[in-house]
Design a protein around this ligand. Structure first.
Ligand SMILES: Nc1ncnc2c1ncn2[C@@H]1O[C@H](COP(=O)(O)OP(=O)(O)OP(=O)(O)O)[C@@H](O)[C@H]1O
Length: 392
């Protein structure tokens, strides 16, 4: 299978610089200093050039929600906006799969860029970007109208997308009559209506109150599962990033510090900077069993051939499990004695696993696609809660 089948967007060695000096040659001088290892601060002071993004490499897989995360000014929006060339990279490529070939958004001609923006890449802004004097229906159909689509065809698509976001009965209302959360849904419907396969979302929910925000996050995840869009999402909220992101990229001062799954980021932070971010998150709803369980395949084997999981031992061949602390021998895989173990799915959250463990008092085994694949004991749970590595 070609690479373009799996990767929707590919940022390669992206540098984006902003010249505040107005002097000729300032950007070239800044690039030379950047390559010599000078910091963003030093370059800014010496040349009045802001390094928005430096040396960024990121592949966004088809159908995933990839979240750019970092403090204010870390370069998230600047990188996102390179995906539709609202920001022009000074160096590097932004590749988008075009059939079995790649197209470089950073360098393609104006006609190609306009076509990409109309048909492939849609943007949802924080300020909604809606036209307040138009009805909800006309806002959702705006992109299609610009493309010259016939009103009857347009209407059908718009009605379908409005139903998708639960706003059918508001189609004729003026946008300003809607609450913030509803307006953001109109923005989502408009992005979905374009049939773009890539959505760029720049802090779309940050202006909303926490309850509505959580609801829209759930809706977005649900819509994404159904529509299989590729979403690049900017957030400065670690809880939001861990909740919705299949992968998260942490940025600092224009550079990518770490890219990984929520499990990678939370349990294997690459340095103290990332670890510090993680310390401020609420792990209970965000870390999933898949991330903190110990997989059977990684467990040591005891002399008697059983897998050693601490308080329980697992026979992969029978398969049975022995709960050492209560002397019970149990059959695994489907024939568990009721009330002897907890079996949870890989997507169960840490908070829910703790409740299961605490209510039952039983060891927790984890299943994936009907197979038992891992185990979590109290040490795994404490590790996930504290971010400390398991010892021994
Ligand atoms: N058009 C521009 N002109 C000049 N400087 C810019 C421009 N856009 C961004 N910058 C600068 O680039 C750096 C990165 O900004 P960016 O908006 O990407 O950060 P961010 O991580 O998205 O921050 P926030 O969370 O506050 O939106 C900042 O120093 C910003 O001032």
């Amino acid at each position: 299978m070609s690479e373009t089948a799996n990767v929707a967007l590919d940022f390669r060695n992206i540098d984006i610089l902003f010249d505040r000096s107005g002097r000729r040659g300032a950007i070239e001088a800044a690039l030379a200093r950047l390559d010599a290892g000078e910091t963003r601060e030093e370059i800014s002071r010496a040349l009045k050039v802001t390094v928005g993004v430096a040396g960024a490499n990121l592949g966004v897989a088809r159908g995933e929600i990839s979240v750019l995360m970092g403090l204010s000014g870390s370069g998230k929006s600047t990188l996102l906006r390179a995906a539709n060339r609202l920001n022009q990279p000074i160096r590097g490529e932004v590749r988008i799969g075009n059939g079995s070939a790649w197209l470089d958004i950073a360098r393609c001609d104006g006609d190609t860029l306009r076509e990409l923006r109309k048909t492939r890449i849609a943007m949802v802004f924080q300020q909604f970007g809606l036209l307040p004097w138009r009805s909800v229906r006309d806002n959702v159909g705006f992109g299609l109208e610009l493309r010259g689509m016939a009103p009857s065809v347009r209407r059908e698509i718009v009605e379908e997308k409005l139903a998708l976001v639960g706003l059918s009965s508001w189609a004729d209302a003026q946008v300003h009559e809607l609450s913030g959360g509803m307006q953001q849904r109109v923005g989502l419907a408009r992005a979905f209506a374009t049939d773009a396969d890539i959505l760029l979302m720049d802090e779309p929910f940050s202006a909303l109150d926490p309850l509505i925000r959580r609801k829209l996050q759930d809706e977005l995840m649900d819509l994404q599962k159904r529509l299989k869009k590729t979403i690049l999402f900017v957030s400065h909220d670690i809880d939001e990033a861990l909740k919705i992101g299949s992968r998260i990229t942490i940025m600092r001062e224009g550079r990518i510090v770490q890219t990984g799954t929520p499990g990678d980021i939370t349990l294997r932070p690459i340095n103290d900077y990332v670890a510090d971010f993680i310390r401020h998150m609420n792990p209970l709803p965000t870390i999933l069993a898949a991330a903190f369980m110990r997989r059977f395949r990684d467990l040591p084997v005891r002399p008697d051939g059983l897998l050693d999981a601490g308080t329980i031992a697992i026979d992969q061949h029978a398969p049975t499990a022995h709960v050492a602390d209560r002397g019970v021998v149990m059959r695994a895989c489907g024939e568990w004695e009721p009330g002897a173990v907890c079996i949870v799915p890989t997507h169960m959250s840490l908070g829910e696993v703790i409740v299961m463990r605490q209510r039952s008092g039983f060891p927790v085994l984890v299943e994936e696609d009907g197979q038992l694949v891992g185990v979590c004991d109290d040490a795994d749970i404490y590790q996930a809660l504290s971010g400390e590595r398991r010892r021994g």
